[in-house]
Design a protein around this ligand. Structure first.
Ligand SMILES: C[S@@+](CC[C@H](N)C(=O)[O-])C[C@H]1O[C@@H](n2cnc3c(N)ncnc32)[C@H](O)[C@@H]1O
Length: 263
């Protein structure tokens, strides 16, 4: 298994993202260890706070008529810079969209975090639901508990560590992901995993928002790479939705949903 330190470096874009989330100005050359970062994010509204009652770690989320009780992933052993500790609005937009679609027979979620879209697919009765995230055992254990809590009939569900760039070793009809495009140096790896996991004519749905002003084109470059690679067709936006900003109830943010089909 790859270690976090080897695979996720605190590069400039990640530090800018942390600055955007917390409102704290972070200079790129700042030396910040993962523990300091965890505390910085933990003190920020929306992330679990050790001083609050245990129950506050649980969030009630409603998608359509489905209700979910999700435990935020707050274990300090899990690197905060994975940003798995929030239920990002993009995952809710993606989840709502999944309620409307014809059921695929199998689905793979990448960078699942709390795994809300996978939970929706389980509830809808998809035959095979593969829930994956960074191969960190505690993170995967937290995801497993959330799935078990919300999807009691879970024989059809598998939770696995999968580093972007690796092959899943099993093909599916649909790949889903939310908020995975902000790590620009991972775009090629993501495409590799998506392409090698999809059956011909399978669909990939990706929901995201632009987190760092001026880096919008870098986010969208992922779809340019997908078109250029020639393995996908109909790469494009299917919807966009204005939602309340995750860190300020006075602001909104735009969530984009893109789809691409494997040739
Ligand atoms: C911003 S969070 C989004 C979580 C969730 N999809 C959501 O929208 O609420 C990014 C997710 O990608 C995962 N991740 C980051 N880098 C990864 C990598 N190289 N390979 C696999 N997963 C990764 C993180 O652990 C985290 O769960």
């Amino acid at each position: 298994m790859s270690s976090f330190d080897d695979d996720l470096v605190l590069n400039g874009d990640i530090l800018k993202m942390i600055g955007d989330v917390t409102g704290v100005e972070i200079e790129e050359e700042n030396e910040m260890d993962h523990k300091t970062l965890h505390n910085l994010l933990a003190n920020h509204r929306g992330v679990c706070d050790d001083d609050e009652e245990e129950d506050s770690e649980f969030k009630d989320v409603v998608v359509g008529e489905e209700e979910f009780k999700i435990k935020l992933i707050c274990n300090e052993e899990i690197p905060s810079t994975l940003f798995a500790q929030y239920i990002w609005p993009a995952s809710k937009v993606l989840s709502s969209h999944l309620l409307e679609l014809d059921l695929p027979s199998s689905v793979l979620e990448l960078g699942a975090g709390c795994g809300l879209p996978s939970m929706v697919m389980c509830r809808r009765g998809v035959g095979r639901v593969l829930v994956t995230d960074f191969p960190h055992p505690i993170l995967l254990d937290e995801i497993e508990q959330n799935l078990a809590r919300n999807c009691p009939y879970k024989d059809n569900v598998q939770i696995t560590g999968l580093l972007w760039g690796e092959e899943m070793g099993e093909k599916v009809d649909m790949v889903i992901a939310s908020e995975v495009l902000w790590l620009h140096d991972q775009h090629e790896n993501l495409l590799k995993t998506i392409s090698s996991s999809l059956n011909p004519l399978g669909t990939c749905l990706i929901a995201f928002s632009h987190h760092i002003p001026t880096l919008e084109e870098k986010d969208l470059h992922f779809f340019h790479l997908a078109r250029e690679g020639g393995e996908f067709e109909s790469v494009g936006e299917v919807l966009r939705e204005e939602v309340v900003h995750p860190f300020s109830s006075h602001k909104t943010t735009t969530i984009f949903l893109f789809s691409m089909t494997k040739k």
